[in-house]
Design a protein around this ligand. Structure first.
Ligand SMILES: NC(=O)CC[C@H](N)C(=O)O
Length: 310
């Protein structure tokens, strides 16, 4: 497996934006996430030809959280087809926070606006095929193992458990959607799977490789194997642009212009079409739940290397 090499220019960019970690706060509504080091900031950029450059402490592991929504969406569309998935989840961005319940009630029919907010992601996870939670989780992990060529990736039981014990809002979203037949089956089992999928542990290098496969239209760079069909990658990529940074997606598209997905652990995955995968970790978040310094770092990268797709 290609290693990441430390790069001075990148390290300089990280040093320049590191001051922004001070303005953010580590998420603590999932108690285990509250233990993260707010000063941490690291990045890996993978270019597919085996070359990977990095800065900061890239050995550090963190959980995918909402970044996992990109992968479960791809898997659910592969499992069920586009028509089935989008009969239950919409395609529109929302100006509301990622865990908002408001639009579920005010929209008719009562389906979540998109697969990147919690309601939509829970509905998508509910569609993944498997005989039980374990089998479904193994299928999510198998996709990640293929995308990263790293079979060591697993999930953090402590973070999953910490979220499961406190996920009252996500439970409410699920029960609401069950009432409206958007989701089916046992809600506790669904939350068990969802909190485990969110607790999948990676480092920046792994994340940059996942981002690269998406940037590379679903193909593994070394073998050319198509792990996600091209038309599904196109859908996923579009959601990253329109909804990937929650209710900051519009501003992010203007300032940065890179398809990206963030998570409340402080991870951000970026996919520069046919060019590079970017993995960032900076757990101090802004008020919308995006890595404060991570967003600044992506903005600097985009400007310096002219990466905006727009
Ligand atoms: N924005 C996020 O990363 C949210 C994911 C988290 N597991 C939740 O459901 O609250």
């Amino acid at each position: 497996m290609a290693e990441c090499t430390y790069q001075k220019t990148l390290s300089q960019l990280v040093d320049d934006v590191k001051k922004y970690t001070k303005f953010g706060r580590v998420a603590d509504y999932i108690p285990a996430l509250g233990e993260a080091d707010p000063d941490a900031l690291s990045v890996a950029i993978y270019k597919g030809n085996g070359s990977c450059i990095a800065a900061g402490c890239i050995e550090e592991k963190f959980t995918l959280q909402s970044i996992s929504k990109v992968l479960t969406l791809a898997l659910a569309i592969m499992d069920r087809g586009e028509e089935y998935v989008f009969s239950r989840v919409g395609m529109e961005p929302t100006g509301d926070p990622f865990n908002s319940i408001a639009k579920l009630e005010s929209n008719s029919p009562s389906k979540p606006l998109n697969p990147m907010i919690n309601a939509g992601a829970l509905a998508v996870t509910n569609m993944i095929i498997g005989r039980n939670t374990n089998e479904k989780l193994e299928r999510i992990l198998a996709l990640i193992h293929e995308m990263t060529s790293n079979t060591d990736i697993g999930y953090c039981n402590r973070v999953a458990h910490s979220e499961f014990e406190t996920a009252f809002l996500n439970r409410s979203l699920c029960y609401f959607m069950k009432q409206h037949k958007v989701i089916e089956g046992d809600i506790e089992e669904l939350l068990d799977l969802y909190t485990k999928q969110c607790a999948i542990l990676v480092n920046c290098h792994d994340l940059s490789k996942i981002g690269y496969v998406i940037a590379n239209e679903g193909r593994i760079p070394q073998t050319g194997k198509q792990v996600i069909p091209q038309h599904i990658v196109r859908i996923v990529n579009t959601f990253m642009v329109t909804c990937g940074m929650y209710n900051s997606s519009g501003e992010f598209a203007i300032r940065v212009g890179i398809p990206a997905k963030s998570g409340v652990s402080g991870g951000i995955m970026g996919s520069v079409p046919r060019g590079m995968g970017i993995g960032i970790y900076g757990p101090a978040l802004d008020e919308r739940g995006n890595s404060y310094a991570g967003m600044k770092l992506l903005e600097s990268l985009s400007i310096k290397y002219d990466l905006s797709i727009f």
